[in-house]
Each structure stands twice: as structure tokens, then as C-alpha cells.
Design a binder for this molecule. Structure first.
Ligand code: GCV
Length: 836
């Protein structure tokens, strides 16, 4: 404490690595009046060390000490104490111990009542988990310097508030960008579960009540006796935090693991195999939350192998877990490969086609888990119409905190504003208000089960997700799972105060950047509902619009030299718009009433088609890409203004990513604009596309040891060409005379940093070293790497404030390494205020 005050008095900020996320309990000043409001003791209504109430007590004790330097003793309840105290437990425990509780409102399962009025602060849950949530709520107030007197109850919107990890048994994580698994390594459960406990704290504080620990592309070996023991250890770590463990299953396990000659869900031997395995699972994890199943999807086995229905498959597991109170989350992400030459084929139709007729066929403990949009976590999608087609089936919303198609944690993208476009959408089932959030929480169709699941994919990195700023998405997900009406900016600001402190500049700056981030990303990736336009066949990261079409995956754009977009109308297209209830179907059926931001999702139009905004489609693309990338440049400078206000480790980590994003947003912008300019032949009215006054192409420089290289896809290199060293051993030099007016410039060098080598570059002006760098992006950034020269490996480094004289000689020296031939694309000399 003294040490912290000392640092504060020097204006320094203590080093932090992000491990505590928003539960840092950073030290705050506390006046005499503030001290008087802090409890002197913590009275627990259950002192069993493995109970959530005990965890709540420890957390409060720790928080009081770390935030305000206050020491509160933990003791058992004495109802009549006169000194200030905080009482934590369930309403039932409180009644038993202290009698009357008439002022406590009715609570639903896991709800809590928090009252800080009077000397006795009461945190009472309907369950012990509820009490723990209340304790975290109280701590969140304290950590934000809020000591006001409050008294209120809050209840969850739905019973299912889960996270899904896509962790593989070998320790890798599918679509994970924060390092290897905290759960698995080398086919087994890790010995040291310290990180699991830290994760449990974070999840409990946002009221998550179950975590599915393994990938939906599931490996049956999780079910071996040894691994079930390990699963039991994981569950023991989560249990005191009120979090249950669930697991993903591989449908073919009876055959692959059990040695049966079938996995037919109606075969008695299969049924009894699953029932035996389930019994074993519950022996190790008596409170196991349930199973998550991806079946008949993307190569995963399922009931259709035996001509059984998806509900036959789901019910097989539902019956196995039923005796133990478990549930089955059955994913609606089921689709087949399609043929693009057929105008009416459409992957977006798949979920409703597969599931609509099964409505009412699922057992009561089955929940159909539906991704927010009909395709796959794109930068913008309409709400999945399946939510309007399952009136007799429990449903859950599937979101993706891990930014698979949204910059993979190397780009700042605050996701709740995107999620809200779906959660708040009114499906108008039977002509009545039917907000998506009211459907999956069970309210609209009166289902007892329902809720949400988010793919999170934290890893062993101390940032958890790969970027400190991405944690706002996890925090907000938990808040929305509890209350989907929470406001995006309010949640964000709580997270900022908890994560980075109470400084107003910090608050305003991170708020502004975050709230601008999804619109910016949509601006420089895919507009008007055309999807993210990333490379869907490889990393899902950088630009590659051509990869969407001419394959069976069905994420098509149907772009040709005249027009673009999927015709999903009933009258002339795939019929997808007809999957919505009448009012919504009618809105999407007509171009006139389809909102601009989803135009190309629903309609195939000419590039010259005029939007409601008055712009043509193609000009909108050009403009949005320029505006989006320009906004992304400001994230770096906005963050720079926070130097000294945030500890160095987190400040520098974020700064590096934002610097990278500023460059990669330009790579996105140019790739997409060039691609559609090349396809449509329609110039940008502002004359920016393909005209770069401040650029020097590497292929136009004098080359020694370097040779030209045609990049593919062409649009991911300026002028389609780059240079690479003539061999993997040759050091290359590229030189040129500078023809710009003398002055101060930011010097940007665009190069490629592929996986499989760490080339080195040096840049000189008249033989004076301006800067040097190494191609080690794979160790520094959070996205999936590429072994090619493409939109994923394309990267920009900037040297700011370089003095240049007309006639100076620019020289870049590149030293190859491994398979990486020190590739260079171009150099830009950017006067102040010019983005490029
Ligand atoms: C776990 C997309 C992702 C896959 C993921 C799949 C799913 O296709 O790219 O990595 O697999 O969705 O949600 O099952």
C-alpha cells in the first residue's frame, strides 16, 4: 500500500500484465468519510471453504485491502452486531440465521439483492452463486470509487449463461489468439490449474454459470478414464465460483472410442454406450452442466449418417444426461457444400431448412444453440431467422468473443454494437413484438430454458485473449448474458474504469476508440452486408474477396464485372427472405425497404445502383474503405495521448497492436478497393483508388539482390508486385532518389512478414540509418499467420517525423531468413495529415 502511494505521488503507474483483467482492485484514495463507509468485518453465512459464499468473502476481503487498504475480518454471522459489516449468503441462510427478511424482494434463480444502506451491508443471493455475483457487483462499485448507498435486486434474463472454449486436447485452440490452452496439453488435462482458477474468478464476476472446456470439433479421447479424472479436477476448480463444467462430444465416439461398429443414435448398443459414459462423466463431475454437440457439420459426424434426424441425435444425449439434471446444447450450425452456379442455392437457408420441421421434436432438456446470423460470425449479418421458426423449442444465442472474422485481436473491434443489431431486432412473429433477445431468453415463447453461449477461447497469454482491449468484449458478453438490454457504452465504461482506472481522459479516449471500432472495421472490410470479405479458405484474417466465390462453402458474393450481392428474395432468388415472418420478409424482399447496410445480403444489384444514401454501391465501397481506414489511424494517436496514464506494459502492448492495425487497415482498404475497381472498371469519383501520390513502389526502385515478384491475390500488393531477395541467402538492396519536396514526413514501409522466417530490414537515407526491424510478427501479433505473401502477411512499419531533402537517396536493405525472402511492397513519404 505504502509503495503504491509512493508510486502515485511520483505520478507513476504500477506495472501490470493484464492477468487480473477487470478484477485488478487498483488502489484508490480514501478520505475519512470514505473509510467510514467501509465494512470492518465480513460475515459469511456459509464458511465452507469450497462454497461460492466463501469465495465471495475472500474476494471482498482482498478487494477492500487492495482498493482502500482496509482490513476486514471474516467471521461467522452475528446478526445483532453493532459495528459496520458486510453480510454475504443466500436469502434462505439469512432467514434461518437472522429471522425477518421482509424488505428483501423476491429473487429468481441466481438473482441477488445488494443493500449498502445502513451499517450492515447485505449481499444476499437466491443461490450461493447469486451471493457471489452480488459480492462482485459490490466490488465493482468500490473499484470505481462508488460508495453511494444503494438497495436493489437484479435477476438473470435467462438460466443459460455459458462460454464455449474451442480448446483441443493437444493444447492448441481453434480460432484462439491468446496462446495455448489453459486446460489441455499433449492429449491430457494440464497438472497446474492456476490459470483455470483465475479464469473462474473472471467468469464468475460477469455471472457466467458454465464453461464448455473443449472444442466443438471434439476429440473423443476426453472421455477416457484418465481424462475424465482430469475433467473432475477442472470442475473442482470452477465449482467454488458457481461455474459448472460442460463438454463437447464427438458423435462417432461409440465407434471411434468405444469400439462399436455403429454410432446410430437409435441403436440400443449406442444408447447404452452413451448412458454408461455419461454415468462415468457424472461420477467425476457430479454437477456437470451438460453436453454441447456439433453434428453433421463441417465434417463432424452426426445422425444423418444413419438417416436419423438431428432431433434423434440431440435426444440421444438429452436422455443420457436427464437423470443427472444435465442439458444438451445442440448447435444449429449445420449446412452442406453447395453449387454456386445454381442461383437459388443458399447456405443461409440451411439452419431453417434443417431445423424448422423438427420444432417440438426435441426433448425438454435440449437447447438449440444458434449463431447470431445465418452464415458465420460476419462483420454484419441479419438476425438468424431460425429464432422465428422454433416456437416449441428452447434456443440459445451463440456469439463469438474471439474475433475470428473481426481482426483476430490484432484489430481493436468492440463487438457489442454489432451484437445489438441482432439482439434488439424485432422478428415480428405472428405480427407481434418478438425481439430476438426475448426469444432466446425464453420470454416470447414461454420456454423455461434459454440463454446465450459465447465462443471465448482465452489462452495462457497474460492478456488472455491476445489483446488487453479485447477483454471488453468478454466483459460485455457476460453483462449481456445477464441483461441483454444493457447499453454498449455503459458496459464499456465500467470495464474501462475497472481495467485502466478512473482518469477521465483515459475513460473518454478508450470509449471513443472502442465505440468507433466496429464501424471502422466494417468500413475497411466488407460493407452493405457483403460479409467480411476475408480469406475464407485460409486464415479468416486478411482481405481476399475472391475466396468467397467459386467454391462450395456458400459465403458467396456473386460479384462479377456488373454487379454484386446475393439475391435472397423469394420472387427471384434463394427464397431466404421468406424464412422471416411476414412483415420482416416483406421488408427484406424489396430493395426499397431493405436497409442499405444489408442491401447486398438480400439483393444482387449493379455497382451503379443508388443506395438510400444517394451514393452508388461502388462509391459507397470506396468511401467506406477510406473513412474506415482513416478512423483506424486515429486509434494509434488517441492511445498515444494516454502515455503515462497507463502502466508501460499494457500501454506498449496496445500501442503496438494499434500501430499494426493502422497499417493493416490500409492494406484492407487498398485490397478491397482495387479488387472491385479492377472488376467493375468504375473509377472512384474522388480519384483515390489506384492513385497514391506519396508512394514509391519497390519494384520501381533500383534492385540489387532483389527481384520482382507477382503477389497473389493481386490486390494485396500495391501495383500487384512486390520484391523478394533473389535467393534465401542473398542480402537485397533497393535504392531510389527521393523526388518529394524537402520537409518532415512519416516514412511508411510496406513489407510482408510471413511465417517461417524472421527477415531483417534496414532503411537508410543517404546512408544514415533511419530504422531497422525484424519480421517476427508471429511472436508479436495475435492473428493467424500465413506462409505466403498475401493480405495476412502484408504489414506496414512507420518511422515518424523523418527529415527528408529533395534528392536524398533512400536505401532499403533486406536480409532473408528461412523461407522469408525479406519481401517489400512499397514505401510512402507521408506529409503531416496525409493518411496515404
Ligand atoms: C469450431 C467456423 C469456424 C470453425 C468453427 C465453426 C463452428 O466455420 O471457422 O473454426 O469450428 O465455425 O462454429 O463450428
Amino acid at each position: 500500500m505504502r509503495c503504491l502511494l509512493f508510486l502515485a505521488s511520483l505520478g507513476l503507474v504500477a506495472a501490470e500484465n493484464g492477468l487480473d483483467g477487470w478484477l485488478r482492485y487498483a488502489s484508490l484514495p480514501c478520505s475519512h468519510q470514505c473509510q467510514s463507509k467501509l465494512p470492518a468485518s465480513i460475515m459469511l453465512l456459509n464458511v465452507t471453504e469450497t462454497s461460492p459464499v466463501y469465495a465471495a468473502g475472500s474476494e471482498i476481503q482482498d478487494g477492500l485491502k487492495r482498493i482502500y487498504g482496509a482490513h476486514a475480518q471474516i467471521s461467522q454471522i452475528q446478526c445483532k452486531t453493532s459495528s459496520s459489516t458486510v453480510v454475504v449468503g443466500t436469502v434462505e441462510q439469512y432467514r434461518k440465521t437472522c429471522g425477518s427478511s421482509s424488505e428483501i424482494p423476491e429473487l429468481e434463480e441466481d438473482g441477488f439483492w445488494l443493500s449498502t444502506e445502513g451499517p450492515k451491508i447485505r449481499i444476499l443471493g437466491s443461490t450461493e452463486s447469486g451471493a457471489l455475483y452480488g459480492a462482485f457487483e459490490y466490488l465493482s462499485m468500490l473499484a470505481q470509487g462508488n460508495l453511494s448507498e444503494v438497495s436493489y435486486a437484479t435477476n438473470p434474463s435467462a438460466p443459460i449463461r455459458w462460454v464455449n472454449q474451442w480448446d483441443n486436447m493437444d493444447g492448441t485452440i481453434e480460432r484462439g489468439y491468446g496462446g495455448p490452452s489453459i486446460f489441455f496439453n499433449n492429449g491430457a488435462i494440464v497438472d497446474d490449474l492456476t490459470r483455470v482458477k483465475q479464469y473462474a474468478r473472471l467468469l464468475a464476476s460477469i455471472r457466467i454459470n458454465a464453461v464448455v472446456v473443449n472444442n466443438v470439433n471434439a476429440n473423443a479421447t476426453l472421455l477416457t478414464p484418465e481424462n475424465l479424472k482430469g475433467l473432475g479436477r477442472i470442475a473442482d476448480v470452477f465449482r467454488p465460483y458457481g461455474i459448472k463444467v460442460g463438454i463437447s462430444l464427438n458423435f462417432a465416439s461409440p465407434e471411434t472410442l468405444g469400439g462399436l461398429d455403429t454410432f446410430d443414435p437409435l441403436d440400443p448398443s449406442v444408447i447404452s454406450w452413451w448412458s454408461n459414459i455419461t454415468e462415468q462423466v457424472y461420477q467425476h463431475v457430479p454437477d456437470m452442466a451438460g453436453y454441447l454437440v456439433k453434428a453433421d457439420s463441417e465434417g463432424q459426424p452426426g445422425p444423418q449418417t444413419y438417416n436419423r434426424t438431428l432431433s434423434d441425435g440431440a435426444n440421444l444425449f438429452a436422455r443420457a444426461v436427464h437423470p443427472y439434471g444435465g442439458i444438451v446444447m445442440f448447435r444449429a450450425f449445420v449446412y452442406n457444400q453447395l453449387n454456386e452456379s445454381n442461383w437459388t442455392e443458399d447456405r443461409a437457408n440451411a439452419a431453417v431448412n434443417f431445423f424448422k420441421d423438427l420444432d417440438g421434436e426435441f426433448d425438454d432438456n435440449v437447447v438449440v444453440q444458434i449463431k447470431y446470423g445465418p452464415i458465420d460470425f460476419q462483420v454484419r449479418e441479419p438476425a438468424s431467422p431460425l429464432f422465428a421458426n422454433l416456437l416449441n423449442t428452447s434456443t440459445a444465442m451463440e456469439l463469438e468473443v474471439t474475433q475470428e472474422y473481426l481482426g483476430q485481436q490484432s484489430h481493436l473491434v468492440y463487438l457489442p454494437p454489432l451484437w445489438k443489431t441482432v439482439l434488439d431486432f424485432d422478428l415480428r412473429v405472428d405480427g407481434k413484438p418478438s425481439l430476438v433477445r426475448d426469444v432466446y431468453t425464453g420470454k416470447r415463447f414461454k420456454r423455461k430454458l434459454g440463454g446465450s453461449a459465447a465462443v471465448v477461447n482465452v489462452g495462457t497469454n497474460t492478456t488472455w485473449l491476445g489483446s488487453h482491449l479485447s477483454m471488453s468484449n468478454l466483459y460485455a458478453y457476460g453483462r449481456l448474458a445477464w441483461n441483454p438490454t444493457d447499453d454498449s457504452q455503459t458496459m464499456l465504461q465500467d470495464w474501462i474504469r475497472l481495467t485502466f482506472g478512473l482518469d477521465r481522459t483515459v475513460l473518454n479516449t478508450i470509449t471513443k476508440m472502442s465505440m468507433e471500432s466496429w464501424p471502422a472495421y466494417e468500413g475497411y472490410s466488407g460493407n452493405l452486408g457483403i460479409q467480411t470479405l476475408t480469406d475464407i479458405l485460409y486464415t479468416h484474417y486478411g482481405p481476399n474477396p475472391a475466396s468467397q466465390d467459386n467454391n462450395g462453402w456458400g459465403q458467396w458474393t456473386r460479384a462479377d464485372h456488373i454487379g454484386i450481392g446475393m439475391d435472397r428474395t423469394v420472387s427471384n432468388g434463394t427464397g431466404f427472405s421468406g424464412q422471416y415472418p411476414d412483415e420482416v420478409a416483406a421488408m427484406y424482399e424489396s430493395i426499397d425497404t431493405t436497409p442499405d447496410d444489408l442491401l447486398l445480403w438480400f439483393h444482387h444489384v449493379n455497382y451503379t445502383h443508388r443506395l438510400h444514401s444517394g451514393k452508388t454501391v461502388i462509391q459507397h465501397f470506396y468511401d467506406a474503405h477510406y473513412t474506415g481506414a482513416a478512423t483506424a489511424q486515429t486509434f494509434f494517436t488517441q492511445w498515444e495521448s494516454l502515455k503515462g496514464k497507463i502502466d508501460d506494459e499494457r500501454y506498449n502492448h496496445v500501442l503496438r497492436l494499434l500501430d499494426y492495425q493502422s497499417g493493416h487497415s490500409i492494406i484492407w482498404r487498398d485490397a478491397i478497393n482495387n479488387f472491385y475497381y479492377n472488376l467493375s472498371g468504375i473509377p472512384d469519383t474522388a480519384n483515390r483508388v489506384n492513385h497514391h501520390s506519396w508512394r514509391i513502389e519497390a519494384e520501381n526502385m533500383k534492385l540489387d539482390g532483389y527481384k520482382t515478384y507477382t503477389v497473389s491475390p493481386f490486390e494485396t500488393a500495391s501495383g500487384s508486385m512486390a520484391i523478394v531477395t533473389t535467393s534465401n541467402e542473398t542480402v537485397g538492396t533497393a535504392t531510389t532518389k527521393i523526388n518529394f519536396a524537402s520537409g518532415t514526413y512519416d516514412l511508411a514501409v510496406n513489407y510482408y512478414d510471413a511465417y517461417g522466417g524472421q527477415s531483417q530490414w534496414q532503411v537508410y537515407l543517404n546512408d544514415n540509418l533511419v530504422g531497422e526491424w525484424v519480421g517476427n510478427g508471429e511472436d508479436v501479433y495475435s492473428h493467424t499467420t500465413s506462409i505466403y505473401l498475401d493480405g495476412h502477411s502484408a504489414i506496414r512499419i512507420k518511422f515518424r517525423g523523418v527529415e527528408v531533402k529533395n534528392g536524398d537517396t533512400l536505401k532499403i536493405v533486406g536480409k532473408p531468413d528461412g523461407i522469408e525472402p525479406a519481401p517489400l511492397d512499397y514505401v510512402s513519404f507521408l506529409p503531416e495529415g496525409i493518411v496515404d
